[in-house]
Design a binder for this molecule. Sequence first.
Ligand SMILES: [Zn+2]
Length: 171
Amino acid sequence: MSFRYAALVLDAWLAVVHWLARSFHDRDAARAAIHDAWRGLPGDALGKAVMRGCGIEAPTRIVQVGGVTAVMVEDPRVERWFRAHLMPVQAQTLGRYILARGPVAPDILAHEVEHIRQWSRFGPLYLPAYFGSSAAAWLRGRRPYWDNAFEAAARRRAELEAGGPRDAAKS
Ligand SMILES: [Zn+2]
């Protein structure tokens, strides 16, 4: 009888050790999954929803720029979405999705890719932080778009990569 208990305890102990070992092994995978979920909600989901909402079935191409994966939706039908905005939009980044009416020029791509980095850093907090930054600029009597901290960072990035100041893309 006591042998059976000993076996049970041993089995339970082995199960715990096995589980711990597996968790330790899969830690990177777990971290990657959490990171993906953080970035994917709501950015990628929003990007995909807008793409589909414009009647576009699939992205135009996937590009790797500066260690970042960008899902390009370069299609005149995004006009439907851009038209709904108060200010003119050249290109827009939602999660890893970059939306534009047509092929995106390299300087605009560099700007939008910085927005992808911002999305991946802030995840679900990105939109509130973005609009908060615009509101703060506006309350200080500055320009809500131009003086938005996220836009300024994206502009700097595009300028750095182009090797000089340029007129930046919108959003
Ligand atoms: Zn921008």
